[in-house]
Design a protein around this ligand. Structure first.
Ligand code: SF4
Length: 275
């Protein structure tokens, strides 16, 4: 086929391409956007990191941070089909961001500005990321961040009291909208009362969960209940995300297969929507 024929065929297929700026008729989705992959361990919560387990099982070095093939996912556009020209990920979608690394890892400093640019372009979507490196956030925000972008949610992990006392005084002073604390994997009881008291209204959501995997450390149900009580006292939302593989309740240890961990946590009925 000659070039002119190819072009004519292409033009015929695209006689009436959709206007990429008109309202998106597609339903929003939840997408995972791992712009880079690989990380280094920083605290006890990292001990059984699932990304390490997965990479090591296929002989890959998980400590090397690499840009991924899906780096540009938020701004990638469709080249064929009924929605040619539109973003691959529909408007209104939710991106789980950097779930196989840490968005604020130092080895990703050179790629982060472009990632912020993409998030700025896709303010029609929401982005959610979790970090164990809140001390790196303020120096690595975009210049127009101001008091935070409403569509970007940054949560911090506090797997034990030590991590809470180290990270929360930094995190709670940052200009981030929609602050949330992930107590997962929950390794000890965690007292957030001083932070609820000293930073009123800042922690909107606390999420708790046990550790997964073959060597999971146990989580005591009473720790989870106490955390839920704290959220209830201070009007924060609470989510018991998953039980983990080893749960101790009323002195008895339960070994819970992965497929039941979310369901069992949900059945505990501890979730509260906050005030
Ligand atoms: S910070 Fe997260 S991704 Fe990085 S090693 Fe720790 S658990 Fe794994």
């Amino acid at each position: 086929m000659k070039w002119d024929d190819v072009r004519t065929k292409y033009q015929q297929l695209n006689l009436f391409p959709p206007d990429p700026v008109s309202p998106d008729p597609r339903s929003p989705v939840t997408a995972t956007w791992n712009a880079w992959h690989g990380c280094t361990k920083v605290s006890p919560g990292c001990m059984h990191c699932y990304m390490y387990r997965r990479d090591e099982s296929v002989g890959k070095d998980p400590s090397v941070v690499n840009k991924t093939k899906s780096f540009s996912l938020p701004v990638s556009r469709l080249r064929t089909g009924a929605y040619t020209g539109r973003y691959k990920i529909p408007s209104g979608s939710h991106f789980h961001t950097c779930f196989s690394s840490d968005f604020f890892h130092a080895d990703a400093d050179r790629w982060r500005p472009a990632a912020w640019d993409m998030m700025r372009d896709r303010s029609d979507c929401t982005f959610f990321m979790i970090t164990k490196r809140p001390e790196r956030i303020s120096d690595h925000l975009p210049s127009d961040w101001n008091d935070g972008w409403d569509h970007v949610r940054i949560a911090v992990t506090c797997e034990n009291q030590w991590a809470a006392d180290l990270r929360l005084p930094i995190y709670l002073n940052l200009p981030i909208r929609h602050k949330s604390v992930m107590v997962e994997p929950m390794l000890t009881a965690v007292d957030l009362r001083p932070y609820f008291r000293n930073y009123p209204g800042q922690i909107r959501l606390v999420s708790a969960g046990g550790e997964s995997g073959p060597d999971a450390r146990p989580c005591l149900y009473e720790w989870v209940v106490d955390l839920q009580r704290q959220c209830s006292e201070y009007g924060a939302a609470f989510s018991y995300h998953q039980t983990g593989a080893r749960l101790i309740k009323d002195g008895k240890t339960y070994n819970i297969p992965r497929r039941y961990q979310h369901d069992q946590a949900h059945k505990a009925g501890l979730d509260i929507s906050g005030g």
